[in-house]
Design a protein around this ligand. Structure first.
Ligand code: ZN
Ligand code: ZN
Length: 181
């Protein structure tokens, strides 16, 4: 979805829409290691307001998507609950007035750029989502991952494998024991 700046009325423009898997797939590679998938479209509510030299975007993105855990490779639901507070500046005439600088809270100052004519709403949503993600996606903070010995998921059962890194000396010692017994 694209919105032309000239189509944003003075009082602002509200957008309410669902953001689905098709939209998502235009922003991620087909070899996405997390296998991110949206089954139920994410709920997006956005309010665009034309300010003097930027477009202020406020709103929220809610729902969840499926992803594959980085540690155990199981699919899980990653909850999405994002508060949008973004300032879209035109690439062509980027300048920040002193006045605006005082007005904006530096802490959550989130600046994005666009061509000054048309706003790619899907891109705004994608950026909000990707910026909100942690560096690695895991099913839970307590995920035990896969057993490096037998490969089974240690969240489901304890396979009982003894995971010790054997040193060559340990190998020799056990060999010596075997020989002397
Ligand atoms: Zn996991
Ligand atoms: Zn194991």
């Amino acid at each position: 979805m694209k919105i032309r700046v000239e189509d944003i009325p003075k009082e602002g423009k509200e957008l309410v829409f669902g953001w689905d898997d098709i939209s998502l797939k235009t922003f991620i590679t087909p070899h996405d290691p997390y296998n991110i998938r949206i089954d139920e479209p994410l709920f997006v509510r956005m309010f665009l307001v034309k300010e003097k030299n930027y477009i202020r975007v406020r709103g929220k993105i809610e729902g969840g998507f499926f992803a594959r855990c980085h540690k155990c490779l199981e699919e899980f639901t990653y909850p999405v609950n994002i508060k949008i507070e973004t300032f879209l500046y035109s690439q062509t005439d980027f300048r920040v007035d002193t006045e605006d600088e005082i007005e904006l809270d530096k802490e959550d100052l989130n600046q994005e750029f666009f061509d000054g004519v048309e706003i790619d709403i899907d891109l705004v949503v994608a950026e909000e989502i990707f910026l909100s993600l942690p560096q690695v996606l895991v099913c839970s903070d307590n995920c035990k991952g896969l057993c490096p010995v037998c490969g089974s998921n240690r969240n489901f059962s304890d396979c009982g494998c003894v995971n010790v890194v054997r040193s060559p000396f340990a190998e020799l010692l056990s060999l010596k024991k075997t020989l002397s017994s």
